[in-house]
Design a protein around this ligand. Structure first.
Ligand SMILES: Nc1ncnc2c1ncn2[C@@H]1O[C@H](COP(=O)(O)OP(=O)(O)OP(=O)(O)O)[C@@H](O)[C@H]1O
Ligand SMILES: [Mg+2]
Length: 586
């Protein structure tokens, strides 16, 4: 039990917050059980009455007596049912509140996590913990608590009722019940394990299905339909086998229960009969006891199921705790200043290794950027261009050296403040399945006039494209923006970055690679028009774009190999930029 409590201890503060629901629920269970069990007494009275009447041989005109018993039974059932309703309204409602709070807690925690966290944990895993695991914990804070309380309270009340009648008969009734619990526990355990296997296989099926359809175009292009179909069949067969085994184990549950009830009833009739003949109890007590046996069966049988609910909740809460324990690597621990960061940027001997693969992506990088400058970064694939931009927004912390803004280490700014002033146009653009307008306004908190949106779209060279859509700015773009071309997505993403006038720095990561040089020139001149207000850092491998900047940084394998104005660099006929320009001109 102590092992069980170890991880689930974290839900105690939640239960504490809803302690009135909890205690109220327990009181309602007691009341419901009392009224329900009292029916046993009525049954006993009714049976004794019948017995008496048979003895007296007067079998007529007793309808009103039995009608009275009947009314009593109905009334007791109704009152007991009412309290059962209140039990669910308190304990199950409590579990829903806790579920809600746990989801919010975990979601907020995810939001605080650093970029690396999302690289090492898959989206599927994050979602599973948020939905499945929290749902399993809810099964513990709701049904499990309710059924355990119900079992013990019912047992206690029945015990009192029974002992009141006859102690030795009580012993006989209770004898098979522990065996029933153990059996049920064993069966529940097996059901659990098998369900887990079925669940795992189901997720294999789902993943395969999902992959087959999300990549359907590639599958068709390579004519691989049959292969995917056969594989589906194969994993489907495994699933069927496991599901059938589960059904077989589940089928044991019912017969076991009937057998155990049968045994208890048998004891009652045999022992009760003897006691009744000896005159120690009345015949009505036998029917009363049989009633109790039936009332006790479900609480006892449910013990095994409830134990497995708790075990599952424990495992799930462990998974939740694992995540909740992680503190974000990138945090506000060193944030001491409240002033705004600026477009004056300095990299001072910065080196960086990605924690996920121990790969040194940047080596001793130093450069300085003045406010309002337009900077180009170029270099071959994997040379560290995007990494420089990642470090500027503190997607990761630098390992050695310092990045400064306005002569302050960027760690001294609050993360939120830092990112508020930087607009990012990433290499892999993400658009929401929403209207074009809402996609552009995604990062902005204040209200923007429509003419400003149009102005920005003109600068980003996307206005003509948008006007050609039937619904213009209200056009919904599909999941991940599939209805837009690569170049349109890039320009939309530029409009998203330019709309917010509070930004001081714009980072453009190769975001014009999918447009033709003419559009590129148009967008760049648009950006240059406003770049007095912004410091712009643009990653590009096009000479035509780089030639328009104030300074170009050329990277190779994480080190700077050339730095200077485009004119200066072009003087070096062996240099990277010169080489790039001659390849692209020819
Ligand atoms: N999240 C990451 N985790 C681990 N390694 C990474 C990660 N991102 C990049 N790298 C590695 O760091 C190095 C630099 O990557 P970076 O993305 O900065 O290159 P790049 O110059 O932007 O390349 P490209 O032109 O292809 O965009 C590469 O070797 C890459 O494999
Ligand atoms: Mg890159």
């Amino acid at each position: 039990m102590s092992v069980i409590l170890k991880e689930l201890r974290n839900i105690i503060p939640f239960i504490n917050r809803y302690k009135w629901h909890f205690w109220g629920g327990l009181i309602f269970i007691v009341l419901s059980a009392c009224f329900s069990m009292y029916q046993g007494k009525i049954i006993a009275q009714a049976t004794n009455k019948i017995n008496e009447l048979i003895k007296q041989n007067s079998v007529e005109n007793n309808a009103s007596t039995f009608l009275f018993y009947l009314l009593e039974m109905v009334l007791l059932t109704m009152v007991s049912g009412f309290f059962l309703f209140l039990t669910r309204q308190t304990i199950i409602v409590m579990s829903r509140h806790i579920e809600f709070e746990q989801k919010n807690q975990l979601f907020a925690h995810y939001q605080k996590m650093h970029t690396g966290f999302f690289k090492t944990n898959t989206t599927g895993d994050l979602m599973n913990r948020l939905s499945d695991d929290i749902a399993k914990v809810r099964m513990c804070t709701g049904p499990a608590i309710m059924y355990i309380a119900n079992t013990f309270i019912t047992m206690f009340i029945v015990l009192i009722f029974m002992l009141n009648v006859n102690a030795s008969l009580t012993m006989y009734v209770f004898a098979p019940l522990p065996i029933l619990s153990v059996f049920m526990y064993v069966i529940s355990n097996r059901i659990n394990k098998q369900s887990q296997l079925v669940q795992e296989q189901l997720s294999v099926v789902t993943t395969h299905t999902q992959e087959s359809f999300s990549s359907i175009r590639v599958i068709k292009a390579y004519a691989r339909e049959l292969f995917f179909e056969n594989k589906m069949n194969e994993i489907g067969l495994v699933y069927r086998k496991k599901a059938l085994k589960l059904a077989a184990i589940e089928a044991l549950f019912g017969p076991m229960m009937v057998l155990m009830i049968g045994l208890s009833v048998l004891f009652v009739v045999w022992k009760g009969g003897t006691l009744s003949i000896e005159g120690k109890i009345k015949p009505g007590n036998i029917t009363e006891f049989i009633f109790y046996v039936y009332k006790l069966t479900w609480p006892f049988a449910s013990l095994g199921w409830v134990t497995s609910l708790i075990q599952r909740a424990e495992a799930s809460q462990k998974r939740l705790n694992e995540f909740l324990k992680i503190k974000p690597d990138v945090n506000d621990d060193l944030a001491v200043i409240n002033s705004e960061p600026s477009g004056i940027i300095k990299f001072d001997n910065v080196s960086f290794t990605y924690p996920e693969n121990n790969l040194m992506a940047l080596k001793n990088i130093s450069f300085e950027i003045k406010q309002g400058q337009f900077i180009g970064i170029t270099g071959s694939v994997g040379s560290g261009k995007s990494t420089i931009l990642n470090l500027l927004t503190r997607a990761y912390n630098v390992n050695t050296g310092e990045i400064k803004m306005n002569n302050e280490n960027i760690k001294h700014y609050k993360l939120h403040a830092l990112r508020k002033y930087i607009a990012v146009i990433p290499q892999d653009i993400f658009l929401f399945s929403d209207t074009i307008k809402n996609n552009i306004l995604f990062g902005i908190e204040n209200k923007v006039d429509d003419f400003e949106i149009i102005e920005v779209c003109k600068l980003a060279g996307i206005l003509n494209d948008i006007e050609q859509f039937p619904q213009k700015f209200e056009t919904i773009i599909g999941e991940k923006g599939v209805t837009l071309s690569g170049g349109q997505k890039q320009r939309l993403s530029i409009a998203r970055a330019l709309i917010d006038k509070t930004k001081k720095i714009i980072l453009i990561d190769d975001a014009l690679s999918a447009v033709d040089t003419e559009t590129e020139a148009h967008v760049l001149s648009g950006i240059q028009k406003i770049s007095n207000n912004y410091t712009v850092i643009m990653v590009s491998n096009r000479y035509s774009a780089l030639s328009k900047t104030n300074m170009v940084i050329c990277l190779s394998e994480g080190s700077i190999i050339e730095i200077g104005t485009p004119d200066e660099l072009m003087k070096n006929k062996e240099g990277y930029l010169f080489n790039l320009s001659s390849i692209q001109r020819s």
